[in-house]
Ligand binder design. Structure first.
Ligand code: ARG
Length: 606
């Protein structure tokens, strides 16, 4: 709702709008509107400054404690007993049309939003803004780079890459929704000695045809075979004749920019990217940039060495160049920044890459979504950039996550995201077939199985705090009951079916329904949850936890399901049916928005 729309709506209801406080977005967030109202009125009663009250308003853990509360001690009023103050203020507080109840509970004052107000403001807001509900322009003209997934060409796509993909995809959507200009970046592992190995392997085992058909798998096959050869050779051959020696030679030519050596590598890279694009699309992810270790400019890496020397950061030990980071932080240790043969390293390339990116994008913030196994690497990288004197080093953030145990497919190895997604789809399809009646009604079972399977994998991943490890459990994950991805999909498709069954009352009639007909407790609890959604996103961008959104969606779907027994649509008067449809339709929209934000494709039937 634009400001004017909100004002019109408030005028219609003869309600005065409270002053808009800094950091609040009442036109797109009803909870903010409430914060402004409560702050203004509480300031009048208590004499406490608005700037202290506004940030002290907290969410409640459970709805029986109201929608917002204020712990009186947070206002630091000298000499007064918080419990007495809470009681006094609660008694005096003017509820107006905004609130239904203000209660003291020990040192807390608990505020309950007025249901009529919520029905009249929140439902039309959701129904008119639709997919936009929840979004907010928190920042103006700010750029963020989010680097995520970043698999290695010719090597397996492991669980760490999967988690990075899922979490990074979510964070990108979230930042975008909250007004940031987001650049999604994939930093491929596409450089290093192993590409010499791969090139030599391709001469021996490669097939152009296979490469064109399925580059990701074929390169992996070649890589496995040639590595077997290396293992079998051991030290039996003189270096020049050995596979290892040839590979090293090859990679040296690549590093020196030899066109003929680079040609085949380029092809590996390009074909792999083509394939990645399709696979990521299944997860609703589209990258703005496929960068990679190979793309780091030599100029930046040279420049980095120059700065190290200038700042006296390095020392040389047995021909290798090191930085002793313990001077700045004991835990960071000493790191190698240049090998004796002068070839670049993973860390050096990361330093150069960050410099290149700043140069090119002038980002306001950059996030790296990488497994916690690389906590040390990332901390070293950030410290080095800071010591080099880059002011933007403070704008870098590592979003990490724990491990996944037991993720393997039927064939054993996970080669690429495709394998995981294919296997999930097959398993989901089997689960669906067990319910013959329902299964026969689905027009496109394969597609539905794919989407629900993907939801299963993604929700399992985003359900608890990022840092927790979890075990990949097929049965649990694919279940339609309990808090799973399929359950969310089921909840969405059921809401769709409520809409389908009431075709005679189209959405155009919902917005202007008579909301005074919504009286039941379950309806009130539901609209209170719907009002929270914009705040949930704002909280999530602070925690960078997808679980913040997932937990909310489960609360929401549970509340919807407890409405079904009470709030019938079929067989009701048109007025009542329209009001209830507005409520269900709004819940459906918010569920849809939340699922999309997480990266899922909500299904209409299943
Ligand atoms: N800027 C970075 N280092 N990003 C993470 C890259 C992950 C790396 N390709 C790996 O698979 O381990």
């Amino acid at each position: 709702m634009s400001t004017s729309l909100l004002q019109t709506k408030l005028n219609e209801l003869s309600i005065e709008e409270p002053k808009v406080l800094e950091g609040s977005f009442p036109e797109v967030n009803t909870v903010d509107l409430m914060r402004n109202y409560i702050t203004q009125e509480l300031s009048k009663i208590s004499g406490v400054d608005e700037s202290l009250i506004f940030p002290a308003l907290e969410w409640t853990n459970t709805q029986d404690r109201g929608d917002l509360l204020i712990p009186v001690p947070r206002l630091r009023i000298k000499g007064a007993n918080p419990k007495d103050l809470a009681k006094e203020w609660a008694e005096k507080f003017p509820c107006g049309k905004y609130l239904s109840k203000v209660e003291a509970n020990g040192p807390f004052v608990q505020f309950f939003f007025d249901p009529t107000f919520l029905f009249n403001i929140v439902l039309p807001d959701i129904l008119t803004r639709k997919e936009d509900y929840g979004s907010c322009k928190l920042v103006d003209n700010k750029k963020i780079i989010i680097e995520f997934s970043s698999p290695n060409i010719a090597k397996p796509f492991h669980a760490g890459h999967l988690r990075s993909t899922i979490i990074g995809g979510f964070l990108s959507n979230l930042y975008e929704k909250l007004g940031w200009n987001v650049t999604r970046m994939n930093y491929l592992g596409d450089w290093g000695k192993q590409f010499g190995v791969l090139a030599v392997g391709f001469e021996k085992y490669g097939s152009e045809e296979e490469l064109a058909k399925d580059p990701v798998h074929h390169l992996f096959e070649v890589y496995v075979k040639i590595n077997k050869d290396i293992e079998n050779e051991g030290d039996s051959l003189p270096l020049e004749e050995s596979t290892n020696g040839k590979a090293r030679e090859y990679f040296k030519r690549m590093e020196n920019g030899d066109e003929s050596a680079l040609k085949i590598w380029k092809k590996f890279r390009e074909l792999s990217i083509e394939k990645y694009i399709d696979t990521y699309a299944r997860l609703n992810i589209k990258y703005d940039i496929y960068s990679g270790e190979s793309q780091v400019s030599q100029a930046s890496m040279d420049k980095a060495i120059e700065i190290y020397n200038e700042k006296g950061l390095t020392h040389v030990d047995k021909g290798a160049t090191l930085i002793d980071l313990t001077k700045f932080n004991k835990k960071l240790g000493k790191v190698l920044v240049q090998k004796s043969d002068g070839t670049s390293l993973y860390l050096t390339r990361d330093v150069g890459a960050a410099m290149d990116r700043y140069e090119q994008y002038h980002f306001d913030k950059m996030i790296y979504v990488i497994a916690c196994q690389q906590d040390l690497h990332t901390a070293q990288l950030f410290e080095i950039l800071k010591q080099m004197g880059f002011a933007w080093a403070k704008d870098l953030q590592h979003i990490n996550f724990g491990m996944v145990q037991g993720m393997s497919t039927r064939k054993g190895t996970v080669v690429f995201l495709d394998n995981i997604l294919e296997e999930t789809k097959e398993k989901m399809h089997e689960v669906m077939k067990k319910n013959e009646v329902k299964y026969s009604q689905i027009e496109n079972p394969e597609e539905v199985a794919d989407l629900i399977g993907i939801s299963a994998v993604m929700i399992q991943d985003m359900q608890s705090k990022r840092i927790n490890n979890y075990e990949f459990k097929w049965e649990r994950m694919l279940s339609f009951e309990g808090d799973t991805g399929p359950y969310l999909q089921y909840a969405h498709s059921r809401l769709r079916s409520v809409e389908r069954n009431a075709k005679s009352i189209p959405p155009s009639k919902w917005t202007n329904a008579d909301f005074s007909l919504l009286k039941e407790d379950c309806a009130v609890l539901l609209v209170r949850l719907l009002a929270q959604y914009p705040d949930v996103l704002r909280n999530a961008i602070k925690t960078h936890e997808p679980a913040t959104v997932v937990t909310y969606l489960f609360k929401l779907t549970h509340q919807v399901s407890s409405c079904y027994d009470v709030l019938w649509v079929a067989g009701q008067t048109e007025e009542l049916a329209a009001a209830r449809l507005a409520l269900y339709g709004s819940a459906r929209q918010v569920l849809y928005n939340g699922m999309r934000l997480l990266g899922l494709t909500p299904v209409d039937r299943m």
